[in-house]
Design a protein around this ligand. Structure first.
Ligand code: GFB
Length: 313
């Protein structure tokens, strides 16, 4: 059991959806949160990161900083998804080690698993087959992050662990239609269609792929749980336990938003991986479960969108 109370924890990526949820959750455990101002610290620059970590007396680090985006962003910005993520994670892990920080949690993604790995995806499916091409750049960077944690554990005895969350959503998500993930895109599309009285919304691809969605606050809760309870070389899946087709998700979102028009498909856009339901068994056996239902999570996220970005859009 790793005691968090009174610890100084650097949450890298504290402004993002997951990082901000982790910072809130850690604060509720009595941690002092350290954050880097992006105007001063460019996490892609080794010197910046080493100067920042320096002798701040940080006890633990959560690597929630990453270049993230949906299927289109991943496919169209391969260099950024590979380079940025490799540099961010390598700089943070090496700087943490140099500063003598002995506890670190690295966040990956369910896209690390092979495209056609058996479902639900168990941790040991890693590196057993080819990746999904639309996000292989991001996946390779995230696999390298897992391996960095394992390498620093093996060579230097550092207690660095990795968690692989499934597709996440929630307040603070990115609602830009070109770069976002599917959930915020659908919320925005349904909202705008309702406001303008449009007869239909457009969904990318066939609508048949299945995805698993976990609320960012549930994810943060699981990450804090792992920081407290888990020490080991193998990464741990952080899933919801159930998945849904994109078409059914669209129906759920339309219901939550109050849009009653048609759903049409843009078949020029890709489906990506057909399914990526994670096995949650390891985390459940340790004693953790998600609490926020998909329906409630969508309503809460829509309300956040309305309060923060919806007006006038
Ligand atoms: O969430 P998403 O962009 O990412 O797309 P992935 C999920 C599914 O929703 C795909 C479909 O089948 C999309 O074609 N979709 C339908 C839409 N309408 C839309 C829309 O308006 N916007 C978007 N974005 N999708 C990402 C990876 O894969 O998942 C990342 O690219 C990362 O690397 C992330 O792992 C969690 O689930 O396909």
């Amino acid at each position: 059991m790793y005691r968090l109370e009174g610890r100084k924890v650097w949450v890298a990526g504290h402004r993002g959806m997951v990082g901000s949820a982790v910072a809130r959750r850690l604060a509720s455990e009595g941690c002092e949160i350290v954050s880097a101002d992006r105007r001063i610290v460019d996490l892609k620059r080794q010197a910046d990161v080493e100067a920042f970590v320096g002798d701040k007396g940080i006890d633990a680090v959560v690597v929630a900083a990453a270049k993230v985006g949906g299927i289109l962003a991943n496919e169209t910005q391969p260099a950024e998804f590979l380079y940025d993520n490799l540099m961010i994670e390598a700089n943070i892990i090496e700087a943490s080690h140099r500063a003598g920080i002995d506890r670190l949690l690295f966040l990956g993604s369910s896209c690390i698993y092979p495209k056609f790995a058996p479902q639900p995806l168990t941790e040991d499916a890693l590196l057993t087959g080819p990746l999904e091409p639309t996000n292989e750049w991001y996946a390779v960077a995230k696999i390298a992050g897992i391996k960095l944690c394992q390498a620093y554990r093996a060579q230097y005895g550092r207690d660095y662990i990795s968690a692989m969350p499934t597709n996440l959503y929630g307040p603070g998500d990115n609602f830009d239609l070109q770069s976002s993930h599917v959930m915020p895109a659908l919320i925005r599309k349904a909202h705008e269609a309702k406001q303008t009285g449009a007869s239909a919304i457009t969904v990318w691809g066939t609508g048949t792929p299945r995805r698993e969605f976990l609320h960012a606050d549930d994810c943060a809760d699981a990450l804090v749980f792992l920081l407290q309870q888990y020490s080991g070389a193998e990464h741990v899946n952080v899933g919801f336990g159930d998945d849904i087709s994109i078409l059914d998700l669209t129906r759920l979102v339309c219901e939550a938003v109050g849009f009653e028009g048609e759903i049409v498909h843009d078949l020029s856009k890709k489906d990506g991986t057909p399914r990526k339901l994670m096995s949650n068994v390891r985390l459940r056996e340790m004693g953790w479960e998600p609490r926020i239902s998909l329906r409630d999570g969508i309503v809460e996220t829509y309300n956040w969108f309305l309060a923060n970005q919806g007006a006038g859009q």
